[in-house]
Design a protein around this ligand. Sequence first.
Ligand code: UGA
Length: 443
Amino acid sequence: MQRISIIGTGYVGLSTAVCFASRGYHVIAATRNEENARAINAQQPPFYEPGLDAALTHGIRSKCLRAETSRAKAVSETDVSFITVATPEQPDGGIDLRYIISASEDLGRALQKKDTYHLVVVKSTVIPGTTREVVKLTIERTSQRAAGRDFGLCMNPEFLRQGSAIEDTLHPDRVIVGEYDARSGTLLEALLNEFYEGAVPVLKMGLESAEMVKYASNAFLATKISYANEMATVCETVPGVDVTHVMAAVGLDPRVNPQFLNAGAGFGGSCFPKDVKALRTFAEKHGTQAPLLRAVLTVNEAQARHVAQLVLSCLGEPEGKKVALLGLAFKPNTDDLREAPSLKIAAQLLEAGARVSAYDPVVKKVAFSEFEALEHADSVQACLAGAHCCVVVTEWDEFKALTPDDFITHMAKPIVVDARRIYDPQEFRQRLRYKAVGLGDER
Ligand code: UGA
């Protein structure tokens, strides 16, 4: 069995590490953050992710997994290194490669001292050309070794979703192996076939195609969501129309498929907004306009504003009125607030003069200074108490279980804006004022 090091312990890195360890591989997770390394070794997940807790405990107790602050040590004691560091957004919409460069430099310095062949695999999301032009050249410069001869190089994009990261890592639909040369590709393909016991299709291609697959996939999924949101806004203008019925029917066409057609508050998270922007910026830098990607982002920005507008239209004069905001995380089963629609909606409501009280089962505080005025409730009931309107922004199970009575009992005025379509319009409309994304007025 190959020994594996993972450089970077965010969602992708740590999920990859615990999953390899769960199948008996010897894995070293390298992070320069001492606190992070200590937490991992103490079996404490550094972020909220269902199933990570148990997988981490299993990995550490079985001695298959350990965290290291020295990347050099991690590389020298293993045969394959996955680079899983972050590639954050830059102000111009491009990606910041500083962590990729520093990981490549550390890898190169470690490889200089290593006499055996080592396979380097880029898993971070990087724009086409980065693995060859940045990672390869940086490792060659710092190691004085040659790619293809002394070390192998592959690009292996990741498709896991936060909230189901472990499940997605263990059971992906497909695995992409971008290869610098045949030897590297064959080695990674063999490792992945061993790990997945041959049950997952492995597609081999060039490095740049593999890099592009990740952006093309996320751009398509984001496009589906913006399409559903645009259809939702049109549906709202037609009495009797419900976007959930329309999309259910559209999705049954196998050429479309039902997934990612849920109209809502817009897509957030660390991936879709950043990746669509990066692909658009990349296309523009290469002299190609990307009008579709531009439109996908415009529709997404508008969607959060549209939800805030639905709330304001129900409130009347917002000054001093309390809005209960249910759900802060950008999606359920995560504590991640990056690009969360909740914050965009809260900002607009606060600016309009409303009081906003938020409750989320996992996110207990928004620590950003611009949200000082946001109140935090410690239960649904406290959040709803005395509110003039409630807006559901994240579809947590806890909110799905609420009935009209819960809103009627606690709120000053029972008005619900359902931005995730979790309630039955018929049931709710009979009991209270119910507005929802993609729902036309009653006929
Ligand atoms: C996304 C992709 O789904 C993963 O395949 C990919 O690996 C990952 O990005 C990444 O690039 O690392 P993630 O951002 O974790 O995963 O979560 P998703 O479940 O895709 O949701 C993203 C956003 O879209 C959320 O805000 C969600 O509420 C929204 N969404 C999703 C909708 O509004 N409607 C839908 O029908 C589906």
